[in-house]
Design a protein around this ligand. Structure first.
Ligand code: BDR
Ligand code: CA
Length: 311
């Protein structure tokens, strides 16, 4: 099993990703770290605690950055709802997060796992950026980083930039330059991981409380996407999570990736070198494609593992 830390900003699709991660046999989930992104840090942390308790995932939850390293915070509340969870309040009994800040926790786990730890980041990359700045020896203590973020082409927060990168471009560039292979599950691939309303109903029909939560939590985004002419929800974070577990149903290519941190209309663009004369060092992989049928089958297989309670 891979020792992993999930860095997230739940967030509707973060929540679905964590539901799936909890049942992935490939993972030994060591911790969840939270970051401001889709909604405030206070809310992403509250949601992470509630979610962990709801699905019986007994791991420490560490709070991280309340905003980007050098900029004003932007959020995605219009997509995820003001509470980040489509109005579903997963109340929880654990009142407090751990007393250690996320980037210190990441470092401590990395030291303990001596180079085996993998980070899966599905929100803005502020916590990771902070960790690399504070701990110069961290890169050699990590195996790899899988992110949901970026795109080799169009954006969604702007024409040029995907939201997680746009929200903290400096942190993202620190991560790409840290010297740890970064697997970029960007919009190229995650826009293809679309679940239709019918797919969502197939999940809900499994009958567990988690399967019903899956359906309920995505409804707001489905309504939002409908206005944009899309029938369904792009499973950005879940696709990155499944890639982190097993890349065999995905196509990934070695790439040199940097982040535009100064452009006025290109801020947050992940400038990606796939085909040029290789002057840029290849610092990771651009994940470009997914087998959609296999993706859906894996989602169903994992969600089936949640028990339907009698009565
Ligand atoms: C990413 O941004 C967030 O809104 C989602 O949770 C996902 O991580 C998609 O651009
Ligand atoms: Ca997210």
């Amino acid at each position: 099993m891979k020792p992993v830390i999930i860095d997230c900003d739940p967030g509707v699709d973060d929540a679905v990703a964590i539901l799936l991660a909890n049942k992935l046999p490939e993972f030994n989930i060591l911790a969840i770290t939270t970051v401001a992104g889709n909604v405030s840090l206070e809310r992403t942390t509250y949601n992470a605690l509630g979610l962990a308790e709801f699905i019986g995932l007994d791991v420490p939850v560490y709070r991280g950055a309340a905003g980007p390293m050098f900029r004003e915070r932007v959020d995605a509340a219009e997509v995820h709802g003001n509470d980040g969870m489509a109005g579903i309040d997963l109340a929880h009994s654990r009142k407090e997060v751990e007393g250690v800040i996320a980037w210190d926790a990441i470092y401590q786990h990395a030291v303990a796992w001596k180079g085996e730890l993998e980070l899966i980041a599905i929100g803005p990359l502020t916590n990771l950026g902070m960790a690399f700045i504070k701990y110069p020896d961290l890169p050699k203590l990590l195996k790899r980083i899988v992110i949901m973020g970026g795109s080799t082409n169009e954006g969604n927060a702007s024409p040029a930039a995907e939201f997680n990168i746009y929200a903290d471009p400096e942190a993202a560039d620190i991560v790409f330059c840290a010297g740890v292979p970064v697997h970029m599950c960007g919009l190229d691939m995650t826009m293809k991981a679309l679940m239709t309303p019918e797919d969502i109903e197939r999940v809900a029909a499994l009958g567990s409380k988690e399967a019903k939560f899956f359906r309920d939590v995505v409804q707001g985004i489905i309504a939002f996407m409908k206005k944009l002419g899309v029938d369904g929800i792009n499973m950005h974070d879940p696709a990155a999570m499944l890639y982190a577990a097993d890349g065999s149903i995905f196509k990934a290519y070695p790439a040199g990736i940097r982040v535009e941190t100064r452009g006025s209309i290109t801020l947050g663009k992940t400038v990606t070198d796939l085909y040029s004369d290789a002057k840029w060092p290849k610092n990771g992989f651009a994940v470009m494609d997914v087998d959609c049928e296999a993706f859906m089958a894996r989602v169903m297989e994992l969600m089936k593992q949640y028990q339907v309670l009698a009565g």
